[in-house]
Design a protein around this ligand. Structure first.
Ligand code: PEP
Ligand code: MN
Length: 503
């Protein structure tokens, strides 16, 4: 998506009036009581206007009854791992499609993405010499913020495609359809189910050889370099097998893979936000009672209960997009009440002081690893902006609690002369390299990367050792939103980041 944002009028005044109760006269942004619906009293960007509100209510009522897609136990496990990332003891790899389609809910697409993330993570473990936390943009990454509400299709102005959970890419299906909210849940659940099934059936079993095919690398010197890295990784795995370090306790049979998406469509997110017992409380109660009982359906805020929390059960990790991160806006209000670890996209228009105020709102207790700052400036802008953002956070009490993650994709989108949206591998690599260096210079460190990628052999980004050129783009350009790294480019980026650490 290109830069820019739409200003959409705020939601229903009724809910707004009902919730404006605990407003402090000093107008402190965080003084009001939070509930899963308190966001409805705030101005909202990128809102969806449905023609048939009754159908929306029906869809939401259905969603509110459906079981969680992920659980507090899993969310807490991820939170613990992200704490390690914030402390410099682990690295965070996050990646997947820009816009996930319902059609991607099929075995090959899911498998190839899991395998690619696994391979990249092995390369990064080798390079950064620390464990890698894997989060996929999958099982719910449907809704897309758009810079314009309409686009021109074959000379006709039609509503923009806003993601499979809102409308269809087919020009005849551009009206928002509330039934898509329910389809979104079932596609997320089916995808999540297949990920769990594959992981428990050995897709990530490091005893089975991985396909490290490097035939596409044209430059013999670069190829030899990558082969050395692969050699090191396979030697290490073989050694562990030989000495028996890969027994059940060694954990080579499977890995953790978490899910994430942009929390854009707040009505959907609210419907899957549940007040649930915190895992530590559940453990203390032993097995006397059924675990993770739903205590309320999320309509009324209950008394503060330290044993429970509000969990978004649609994904382990959610992030706020660069277009919807206004301090007094609906999205920030919704996010500040969640137990989940969250991300915030930080683009060129973020003011350093605003960044700190945003952290004050979403992480008032300075929980370590709770917030991942996903910086995305563009390769030509990062050197003028990142240091200022780091310094502002360093001067604040959030200094040691944030994770700094580099998204080298979203500031580097450009159009070819014939109007195809693309990204250059060199720009992507350059932004990650600069992020690594600038963090080092500032006495900080890069905690992870956030990428748009696919396990398939698409031709959407140019460059990389396969030598893709602009004239190749039309061959397999299948994205419905932003251009993604293909499997070779993504793995190559992991090799190059790994090398950075070794130097
Ligand atoms: C995205 O991650 O697909 C996205 C829309 O990013 P941003 O909010 O940073 O533009
Ligand atoms: Mn994108």
């Amino acid at each position: 998506e290109s830069l820019g944002s739409d200003s959409v009028p705020s939601k229903g005044g009724q809910a707004a009036a009902a919730l404006k109760v605990a407003h402090s006269p000093r107008n402190n942004l965080i003084s009001e009581a939070w509930s899963p619906s308190s966001w409805t009293s705030k101005p909202i960007k990128q809102d969806v206007t449905y023609e048939n509100r009754d159908a929306v209510q029906k869809a939401l009522a259905k969603l509110e009854r459906l079981p969680p897609i992920v659980t507090p136990t899993e969310i807490c496990k991820l939170k613990k791992s992200l704490r390690d990332v914030a402390l410099g003891k682990a690295f965070l790899l996050q990646g997947g499609d820009c816009a996930e389609l319902f059609d991607y809910c099929e075995p090959n697409a899911i498998e190839s993405k899991i395998k690619l993330l696994l391979q990249m993570s092995l390369v990064l473990i080798y390079g950064a010499n620390r464990p890698v936390v894997r989060i996929a943009r999958i099982a719910g990454q449907f809704a897309k913020p758009r810079s314009s509400p309409t686009e021109v299709y074959q000379g006709r102005e039609i509503p923009s495609f806003r993601g499979d959970n809102i409308n269809g890419y087919d020009p005849e299906e551009r009206n928002p359809d509330p039934e898509r909210l329910v389809y979104a849940y079932f596609h997320s659940a089916a995808t999540m189910n297949y990920i769990r099934a594959e992981l428990s059936s050995g897709i990530a079993d490091l005893h089975s050889p991985l396909d490290w095919e490097l035939g596409h690398v044209r430059d013999e010197r670069i190829k030899a370099k990558y082969e050395r890295i692969v050699g090191s990784i396979t030697d290490s795995l073989r050694f562990m097998r030989t000495v028996g370090a890969d027994s059940a306790a060694g954990g080579l049979e499977t890995v953790d893979l978490y899910t994430s998406h942009e929390g854009l469509l707040l009505e959907y997110e609210q419907s899957l936000t549940r007040q649930l017992e915190k895992p530590e409380t559940a453990r203390r109660r032993k097995s006397l009672f059924p675990p993770s009982q739903v205590l309320t359906n999320g309509h009324e805020a209950s008394e503060a209960d330290p044993n429970t929390g509000w969990y978004n059960t649609s994904a382990h990790f959610l992030w706020i997009g660069d277009r919807t991160r206004q301090l007094d806006g609906a999205h920030v209000e919704y996010f500040r009440g969640l137990e989940n670890p969250i991300g915030i996209k930080v683009g060129p228009s973020m003011d350093p002081g605003e960044l700190v105020r945003l952290l004050d709102i979403v992480n008032p207790n300075y929980e370590i690893g709770k917030v991942t700052l996903i910086t995305r400036y563009g390769s030509s802008k990062i050197s003028g902006l990142l240091a200022g953002h780091i310094q502002a956070v360093q001067k604040s009490p959030h200094k040691d609690s944030v994770i700094w993650q580099c998204d080298p994709m979203h500031g580097n989108t450009r159009s070819t002369p014939s109007g195809i949206k693309t990204r250059h591998f060199q720009d992507i690599l350059s932004e990650v390299s600069d992020a690594l260096l600038i963090h080092r210079e500032q006495g900080s460190f890069l905690g992870g990367v956030h990428l748009e990628l696919t396990g398939e052999a698409v031709t959407e980004c140019v460059g990389g050792s396969e030598g893709l050129e602009e004239s190749d783009l039309e061959k397999r350009y299948t994205t419905f939103c932003d251009p993604r790294l293909n499997e070779k480019q993504a793995l190559e980026l992991a090799f190059l980041v790994a090398e950075h650490y070794k130097n």
